[in-house]
Design a protein around this ligand. Structure first.
Ligand SMILES: [Zn+2]
Length: 401
């Protein structure tokens, strides 16, 4: 499902649409999807609608996340973790919690002049290939996210997995729920299963368990403040502070691959950057490697047609690198063999795009064309409110700057 806001020109919307199809093709040729995945992708003004943006900071290029994370008992160790819906579909379990109609929600900033599209003049030094951004964000939506974050403090100082609560008697003001809560545990995501401390390759799961030991499951609290008071005073709270320290100490945490190799994750940003820290691979370790894609910052002046300036290997044409493929495989996704040389070949769509954009510069659209565009806009437009409702149920933790 593709939404393009009316402020973008029809030409830009068409270019964005082609880019979405190409990014989907890259995913389809890397993942051996057993069940189709539905993506709700929007090319809109992100700030103030999709997400809150900090004043004076550069606007994010895109944001994406699974539309729903489902609690599933993990067969490998019997722990229950939150799985992205797209993955649960591939597992084809006999029973599963209810699915949302879409699997991935993604938004891209139409307000940005950073994007480079196929058919544009040669890419500038500050521009990023829109298709590279799309593939990066789709991978977050497919499950490249961790639960470890600071959910309680304005200035991050303590990390936990995602806390979950049930409101026993919710009163709602401005969309924020209040009232008595039942604490239902800090929940790990599926990727968290593979996180280790590099000092001794020990798993983070026992730390998550220790933090969970703060109160028995289903403990009731008068309100969120009462929960927080009890939590910060509990002896396990120091574990969350140690985890925070790890998150700002470069090289301290890694995703451990099945072959025993460690893929460092981003713990080198000081101060802690929500959305960037922990949910990406280490920036410096993966520059000029085939696994450049999941670093927190998008590569400038590099196009999918020639990745060699960023991945260092002209033979490896897929933006999704071997380590990232190995990570998704260990999450449980069926992956295609030999996808390393997959490459998008510019097709007739692009030729016709170039022609039509040349025409549109010279001639006005015919009434029929205008009507067609109107219909397309109507068919794909959803209001900002719907988007907010859609997104309010989870933390968008993956901004690509
Ligand atoms: Zn990202």
């Amino acid at each position: 499902m593709f939404t393009c806001d009316e402020k973008s020109t029809p030409e830009t919307c068409k270019k964005a649409d082609i880019a979405f199809k190409n990014a989907a093709t890259i995913v389809e040729n890397t993942f051996d999807l057993k069940v189709p995945i539905a993506v709700n992708a929007s090319f809109v003004k992100l700030c103030g609608t999709f997400i809150k943006c900090a004043v004076g900071q550069p606007e994010p290029l895109g944001a994406a996340a699974p539309s729903r994370l489902l609690p599933i008992k993990d067969n490998t160790d019997g722990e229950t973790r939150l799985f992205p819906q797209a993955l649960v579909k591939q597992l084809q379990l006999p029973e599963h919690p209810e699915f949302s109609p879409v699997d991935i929600v993604a938004g891209f900033n139409s307000n940005s002049d950073t994007f480079w599209f196929r058919g544009d003049p040669p890419i500038g030094k500050d521009q990023v290939d829109f298709e590279i951004i799309l593939v990066h964000e789709f991978l977050h939506g497919l499950g490249f996210i961790t639960s470890w974050d600071d959910y309680f403090n304005v200035n991050a100082s303590s990390l936990t997995p995602t806390p979950s609560f049930i409101f026993t008697n919710p009163e709602e003001t401005d969309g924020i729920k209040e009232g008595p809560i039942t604490f239902t545990g800090f929940q790990e995501y599926i990727l968290d299963r593979h996180l280790v401390l590099t000092k001794d390759n020990s798993s983070l799961t026992p730390i998550a368990k220790k933090i969970n030991g703060f109160a028995p499951l289903n403990t009731k609290f008068d309100d969120q403040k009462a929960f927080l008071d009890a939590f910060t005073k509990s002896p396990v709270y120091k574990e969350t502070e140690i985890m925070f320290k790890n998150s700002i100490t470069r090289g301290s945490v890694a995703i451990r691959l099945v072959d025993g190799e460690n893929v460092l994750i981003e713990t080198g940003l000081v101060p802690f950057k929500p959305g960037s820290t922990f949910s990406h691979v280490d920036f410096d370790a993966f520059g000029n490697t085939t696994d450049f894609l999941m670093r927190f910052k998008a590569p400038r002046q590099v196009t999918l047609d020639d990745l060699s300036p960023i991945n260092g290997d002209p033979e490896y044409t897929n933006p999704i690198g071997p380590k990232i493929i190995s990570i998704f495989k260990s999450l449980g996704y069926p992956m295609k063999e030999n996808s390393s040389t997959f490459k998008i070949i510019s097709n007739q769509n692009q030729d016709s795009l170039t022609k039509s954009s040349q025409n549109s510069n010279k001639t006005k659209l015919t009434t029929e064309q205008q009507q067609q565009q109107q219909q397309t806009n109507n068919a794909f437009t959803i209001t900002t409110n719907t988007l907010l409702l859609f997104l309010s149920s989870f933390l968008i933790s993956n901004l690509l700057l």
